[in-house]
Design a protein around this ligand. Structure first.
Ligand SMILES: Nc1ncnc2c1ncn2[C@@H]1O[C@H](COP(=O)(O)OP(=O)(O)OP(=O)(O)O)[C@@H](O)[C@H]1O
Ligand SMILES: [Mg+2]
Length: 407
């Protein structure tokens, strides 16, 4: 009986023991399942990372490959041979007969084309667009200036004249054809500094739908022999490509000065540039869609060759404004100003005899400064009178030095 009781005790103990073990094992199982799930997640993450790194490796290899490819040499085609090979001239000196890559379409291969050559074999790898100097490309005005004809005081006759000479031939060439005359090729704006020459050209640029190419004469003067002439040629090439177009050369006197017997090598380079300019002016078909506007305040030093008919054949004089024009210019430059009622433009016009448009603009600014100095936000007639005294008296002194130029 005792034995049986013992065995019963024992079996109960064993049963408990087994149950404990089972629960331990179950717990362990749960832990392992959890861990397996975690490892699975990690594995997926690492696999993703591997793919990403493999892609990165490929990209970097390609980049390295690109950086290691040898440069192509730029050359020019001189001739196309009957067997399809071409004669190229490269910057290294001699001319070479080379074959061309299959990827280059044969119709692009013409004499004079700019091409890229393999460094070792000089085989033609591609055809490049013709090059234009960055200076020339930068000369094209893409954002039009804001100046309109209304912002120019006086100069009504000159505005009509420039529009006739520049806009009509571009917009209505048939008029000239009917009458049977060649329209003027170029107009030259001449007049003292600050009278509105550049302003007028800007207004034309704003008004016209034609490509407007602006250049300052001095930009054409370059350091190396022949560079200036090349720039002129490329400039007109660009104008022809983008026709209808207007080429505006400001401060023309810097390239167009009289050619002298005695000249330094620098002068001679400027003269070569001028000769190229003359050649380009002659090269135009007058009804062609390129018009030229020049501007200068030193017409007296311009080379006669520039001024003869067929080149800058319309000369538009921009005078120092008269009384009426001065009144108009005062009106224009004080339009945005806060004026007292006493300000009388007629009277200001009378008091500013000899002032140019630029002077009048300075007077208006100066008058505003006087008002600000006295903490007013409204400009009075007295401010203007003080400003005229300040600007024009200073101007007179300057005028004394440079006066004879226009005397
Ligand atoms: N007729 C005018 N009407 C209104 N403003 C003018 C007039 N003339 C000149 N101005 C003012 O003077 C400024 C200078 O004029 P502009 O640059 O046209 O002179 P310019 O004749 O080209 O002189 P430069 O020969 O020195 O180049 C203009 O920005 C404009 O504000
Ligand atoms: Mg100017």
């Amino acid at each position: 009986m005792g034995c049986k009781a013992l065995s019963q005790d024992q079996s109960a103990e064993m049963f408990e023991e087994i149950q404990r073990r089972i629960s331990v094992l179950e717990e362990r199982n749960l832990e392992l399942v959890e861990e397996a799930r975690r490892s699975e997640g990690e594995k997926r993450f690492v696999e993703g990372e591997l793919i990403r790194l493999q892609k990165e490796l490929k990209r970097l290899k390609a980049e390295l490959e690109r950086l290691k490819t040898p440069p192509l040499i730029i050359g020019q085609i001189k001739d196309i041979l009957a067997d399809g090979r071409v004669v190229v001239k490269s910057s290294t000196g001699p001319d070479f007969v080379v074959s061309t890559s299959d990827y280059v379409s044969p119709e692009l291969l013409t004499a004079g084309a700019r091409v890229a050559l393999n460094k070792q074999t000089l085989a033609v790898m591609g055809v490049l667009p013709p090059s234009l100097d960055p200076v020339v490309v930068g000369a094209e005005i893409i954002t039009k200036p804001e100046t309109t004809y209304e912002e120019i005081g006086g100069l009504e006759a000159q505005i009509i004249e420039i529009r006739e000479a520049v806009e009509d031939p571009l917009l209505r060439p048939e008029l000239y054809k009917k009458v049977g005359i060649d329209p003027p090729k170029g107009v030259l704006l001449v007049g003292p500094p600050g009278t509105g020459k550049t302003l007028l050209a800007k207004a034309v640029a704003k008004q016209t739908n034609a490509t407007f190419i602006r250049f300052v004469g001095s930009e054409l003067v370059q350091k190396y022999i022949g560079e200036g002439a090349r720039l002129v040629r490329e400039l007109f090439d660009l104008a022809r490509q983008k026709a209808p177009s207007i080429v505006f050369i400001d401060e023309l006197d810097s390239v167009g000065a009289k050619r002298l017997e005695m000249a330094t090598s620098g002068d001679r380079e400027v003269q070569r540039t001028l000769m190229q300019l003359l050649a380009e002016l002659d090269g135009f078909n007058p009804l062609g869609e390129v018009k030229i506007i020049g501007a200068t305040n030193r017409p007296d030093i311009l080379d006669e060759a520039l001024l003869r008919p067929g080149r800058f054949d319309r000369i538009i004089e921009i005078p120092v404004p008269n009384h009426e024009s001065r009144v108009a210019i005062f009106g224009i430059h004080s339009k945005r100003m806060n004026l007292e009622e006493t300000v009388n433009f007629e009277e200001l016009g009378s008091k500013s005899d000899g002032a140019t448009g630029a002077d009048i603009k300075a007077v208006c600014t100066e008058a505003g400064m006087f008002a600000i100095r006295e903490n007013r936000d409204i400009v009075s007639m007295v401010d203007f009178e003080k400003a005229i005294a300040k600007v024009l008296d200073e101007g007179d002194q300057k005028g004394m030095e440079s006066g004879p130029m226009f005397a």
